[in-house]
Design a protein. Structure first.
Lengths: 354, 668
């Protein structure tokens, strides 16, 4: 065949223009979670129906080539056109879909965590139909797919999902997978949306974790407590101010009423202080270690609710007893990230009252 | 709102009717069969509408096995074609399956059966109606696949069993389906053109409904063409390259016969040579001439092996392995094809003097004998050939004599002649082409001029829509070729005009439909590798022309400048269109902005003459209106706009509903 120069001449230019027009912009590099040497922007999988459809297509194609019957070629072309259209429509459905998630600030292991997923369709004219949004694979996270039937052009919708984190510790949620079988159900096409969130999952708090661990001496002390003076948080009483006292402790309101300086005295706190001692030696069984972490967390919560100032002593660090929700979550944070300290003794958790 | 079941039923019966329609196109499937299966399908529809208790599934299985056995029996005994048997089998299977559609799988089985019916139809028909079926099938499949897929997605995604489809299945959905189907059709046609074809068609569908051609066998008795003269069956379509060729085309030659035994004409010169395909891909059958007429002939499936061509063929191009050429220029295929044959033929416009020796068979007058018939012939020739010197003059005068002195009739009276020629010439004096041709050939031989009778076709009816001739059975014709020393074998047609130009009553619509059929046959049924090659060359040439034009435009010149301007405008338009499409498809980050429901409320209030003053906050404005609904919407708006949170599904619905309520409340 006589190949004229026209065939080859414009091609480099066409390639150049096409690359400039349709190619990805290099200015905004995305930290793509590269799974392998090749990363495709879309994933594609046959559904069962798709496999049948393709089998029919091959069957007809072979028949067409075998016989040279043009009507069979026409059928092959029609089937192929359906696949092509399916590709275009599914692409149009996935394009412009962006996802963000709102996670609660405190997440516990194995508790259903309400997460709000915001799905937006950034396309100006085309709606998106029938797609699923699912967390990208993340070890230790169970999150079901979220189904969206229709998202009109330039609209967003919030969907509530329930996530269950199967382990404690730090989780990095890399992104979500948006997938659709729309329009014909022949292929499952998906794309990854990068939505990075890092969360700390606290150990689970469950009263059943601490059966047999509660130190009843501490409760006795609580029951027979006769308040004594000390440096606690509760006001014990007022007395006259003397110069060696700290002026910051003057109770100004009473002083104004009684025209003399009165000093606030506080209760002692020894009776309501407890430290959770966690000997975080490694255990042969990882589950046993996790159970101990859960027990330590549940104990902390338990005593905190009972009004104790709770501290935590592990082999590596020590948190002095204190009270308040923030303090509890400080302990839980430590427990969320605690690792076995190596062999050396029996692992265990016990409350240690002062 | 339509329920899913109703939807599924509509689509299923639409597809089933397509299946029956395609079965009806399979040849040798008779109307009564289709009618009875159609009735069964109709009964199943009533059965399904009333939603009687479903029949047990095993019944269907048993029935299917029985039908399969019937299919095998049918193939072995009654029907000779496996396609026909398969089409019948599938039709019955379809009707049976329609009584057992309960689960989703059953619907898919129905659609698969219809698909195979269409395959069977494709293997058996060449009707343009197939295109309609395929289009409707594609549309139906798209429709069905979207519905089933959405239903499945809904069931899995929302964990509900939707009794009715959601609102997405409204009229816009239907329009979308039709638009998608139309796009699919365009892609189908484009793919059809570029799908790789094998060089030679390994298959050509052999039809049982071939056109029966008489008059082209080894023995032709005068009178056989008569009954055909009223038969409008199309035998071939002949496309000429331009009007000039069309006006030159007078006869399409079939076979020539050289021996008359008193009852029929036969071919005594039997030897033929095999012509094989030449290096250029065509068959050389004659000497090239400076002026040639090119024809493309699309011959319907016939039971004859004759290749029709104008006199003096030079070159032939077609999908044949080889052809047989006899010394008189007649061409035959190795066997009757029984399928549609498409070929191109080039023939010389002028007859070249043949220096070869003329065989004695063409002068054989043994049929005249020595009796009264021969004497009558001699007497008649004396009258006709009076003062005629050359062979050409003699032949012309015989032609003119027959044309003017004899009357054309399709039902000639029987005379007392010893043979049909005698009868025609001296007794009944009426007849049609064969009688005229036989008589002229006999007279020419009587005058010592070599002659032969030729059967073939007249060009038939001109179809102006596609610039081609429709040649029908009724155009079958017979004429004479005589050997002139000056110009070789020359055509003479002694039949009067009445017999050569029959009255046509074809309506414009029928002509147009025939044109469409031609297009279908030419561009779809007979699309081949060589067509693809031609197409590719066309594209190549076109782009090359454009390239050279652009290059010359770049070189300068006013006209070239204008062309360059056009090309640049075209390129810019294409680029803008591309950018537009891309921007339509591109996602963009959603910006925080006034939610739609609030905008709508502001619009509503504005209509009532209430609008926000400058400096007034939304909440102050809402309080000024004194409408609790406005207050509610404003609170939602503030939450969305300033509350750093996006409204969840419930709140959004609530806000929209409030706006709706407001709309109703405000309207008088």
């Amino acid at each position: 065949m006589n190949i004229k120069p026209v065939i080859s001449a414009p091609l480099p230019w066409l390639t150049f223009v096409a690359a400039r027009t349709f190619g990805k912009k290099t200015q905004a590099p995305k930290a793509a979670p590269v799974a392998g040497p090749v990363w495709f922007p879309r994933s594609l999988r046959f559904t069962r129906e798709g496999k049948w459809f393709t089998a029919f297509l091959f069957f007809t194609g072979i028949a067409a080539i075998n016989t040279g019957n043009n009507l069979l070629y026409l059928i092959v072309a029609a089937l192929l056109s359906i696949i092509i259209i399916s590709g275009f429509i599914s692409e149009s459905t996935l394009r412009g879909i962006s996802v963000s998630r709102r996670l609660p600030s405190r997440i516990f292991k194995e508790a259903a965590t309400p997460v709000t997923i915001r799905v937006s369709n950034g396309k100006r004219f085309f709606p998106s139909f029938s797609f699923n949004v699912q967390e990208a694979d993340c070890a230790g996270l169970a999150a079901g797919p979220l189904y969206v039937l229709k998202l009109a052009a330039d609209e967003g919708a919030d969907r509530d999902a329930r996530y269950v984190f199967k382990r404690r510790g730090r989780f990095t949620l890399l992104g979500v997978k948006v997938s659709t079988r729309f329009p014909f159900g022949l292929f499952l096409k998906g794309k990854r949306e990068l939505v990075r969130d890092t969360v700390i999952v606290y150990p689970s708090i469950d009263p059943s974790n601490i059966d047999g661990l509660i130190d009843h001496r501490s409760f006795r002390a609580e029951g027979s407590s006769r308040p004594e003076k000390g440096s606690g948080a509760q006001i014990h009483g007022l007395r006259d101010y003397s110069f060696e006292d700290d002026s910051r402790r003057i109770h100004w309101k009473s002083a104004a009423r009684q025209s003399r300086l009165l000093l606030k005295e506080f209760e002692r706190e020894e009776g309501k202080r407890i430290s959770i001692v966690f000997d975080n030696y490694s255990t042969p069984d990882g589950a046993r270690f996790e159970a101990l972490v859960d027990a330590a967390a549940s104990l902390s919560d338990h005593y905190m609710k009972k009004g104790f100032a709770v501290g935590l002593k592990t082999l590596g660090q020590s948190i002095p007893p204190s009270s308040g929700t923030d303090h509890l979550f400080r302990i839980l944070h430590t427990l969320a990230l605690i690792e076995p300290a190596g062999p050396g003794g029996p692992a265990g958790v016990r409350p240690d009252p002062f | 709102m339509m329920y899913f079941y109703t939807y599924a039923l509509i689509v299923t019966y639409f597809m089933a009717s397509l299946g029956l329609f395609s079965a009806s196109l399979v040849e040798t499937i008779e109307t009564p069969f289709i009618a009875s299966v159609g009735t069964a399908v109709f009964i199943s529809l009533i059965f399904n509408i009333k939603r009687k208790k479903p029949l047990p599934s095993y019944l269907w299985t048993i029935a299917a096995v029985v039908v399969l056995l019937l299919f095998v029996l049918d193939y072995l005994s009654a029907s000779s074609s496996i396609i026909t048997s398969a089409a019948r089998f599938l039709a019955i299977l379809l009707a049976l399956k329609l009584f057992d559609v309960n689960r989703e799988r059953d619907y898919i089985v129905v659609y698969s059966i219809v698909f195979f019916q269409i395959l069977a139809c494709a293997a058996s028909t060449v009707s343009p109606l197939f295109f309609l079926i395929l289009f409707l099938f594609t549309a139906g499949s798209i429709w069905a696949m979207i519905i089933y897929n959405l239903r499945k997605d809904l069931q899995e995604g929302l964990r509900v069993n939707p009794a009715g489809p959601p609102v997405v299945f409204g009229m816009p959905f239907f329009v979308t389906v039709m638009a998608t189907s139309a796009v699919s059709l365009i892609i189908t046609l484009m793919l059809f053109l570029i799908l790789p074809r094998t060089g030679a068609g390994l298959f050509d569908f052999k039809t049982l409904n071939s056109v029966k051609l008489t008059g082209f066998s080894e023995r032709v008795a005068p009178g056989v063409l008569g009954p055909l003269k009223k038969d409008p069956t199309v035998v071939m379509r002949v496309q000429t390259k331009g009007v000039k060729d069309a006006s030159r085309l007078r006869h399409l030659r079939g076979v020539s016969l050289d021996r008359f035994d008193g009852a029929a004409w036969t071919r005594s010169i039997k030897e033929s040579v095999v012509v094989r395909r030449g290096p250029s891909g065509s068959f050389a059958v004659g000497r090239p001439a400076p002026s040639m007429m090119e024809l493309e002939i699309m011959l319907e499936p016939t039971d004859s092996d004759v290749i029709f061509a104008p006199p003096n063929p030079v070159r032939l191009e077609g999908k044949f392995s080889n052809i047989w050429l006899d010394p008189s220029g007649g061409m035959r295929l190795p066997a009757a094809p029984f399928y549609r044959v498409d070929y191109r033929v080039w023939s010389s416009a002028s007859t070249a003097p043949d220096n070869g020796r003329v065989r004695g068979e063409y002068l054989d007058t043994s049929f005249m004998g020595a009796g009264p018939f021969a004497r009558r012939i001699t007497a008649l020739l004396k009258v006709i050939l009076k003062d005629k010197e050359t062979d050409m003059e003699k032949a012309r005068s015989i032609e003119a004599y027959l044309k003017t002195r004899y009357s054309y009739s399709l039902e000639p009276k029987k005379g007392d002649g010893v043979n049909p020629v005698d009868d025609f010439l001296f007794y009944s004096k009426e007849g049609y082409c064969e009688h005229y041709a036989s008589a002229m050939a006999a007279l020419l031989r009587g005058a010592g001029i070599p002659s032969r009778v030729v059967t073939g076709f007249l060009p038939g009816e001109w179809n102006g829509y596609g610039n081609y001739f429709i040649v029908r059975e009724q155009d079958a014709h017979s004429w004479v070729e005589a050997y002139m020393k000056s110009s070789g074998w020359t055509t003479f047609d002694p039949t009067p005009e009445a017999g050569v130009a029959p009255v046509r009553g074809t309506s414009a619509l029928a002509l147009y439909m025939d044109f469409l059929r031609l297009r279908w046959n030419r561009h779809i049924i007979h699309f081949s590798l060589s067509d693809q090659r031609r197409l590719a060359h066309g594209v190549e040439d076109g782009s090359y022309r454009l390239y050279t034009r652009l290059r010359s435009a770049a070189g300068g010149g006013r006209a070239a400048g204008a062309m360059a301007l056009n090309a640049a405008a075209l390129a810019i338009a294409a680029f803008l269109a591309m950018v537009l499409v891309k921007s339509l498809m591109r996602g963009r980050p959603r910006q925080s902005k006034t939610p739609k429901f609030y905008e709508e409320m502001v619009r509503l209030l504005k209509k009532k003459g209430l609008s926000r003053m400058p400096g007034e906050t939304p909440l102050e404005f809402a309080m000024r209106t004194g409408n609790p609904l406005v207050m509610e919407v404003t609170v939602f708006f503030q939450a969305e706009r300033y509350g750093l949170r996006t409204l969840s599904g419930y709140d959004l619905v609530r806000a929209k509903m409030t706006v709706e309520a407001l709309k109703k409340g405000l309207s008088p």
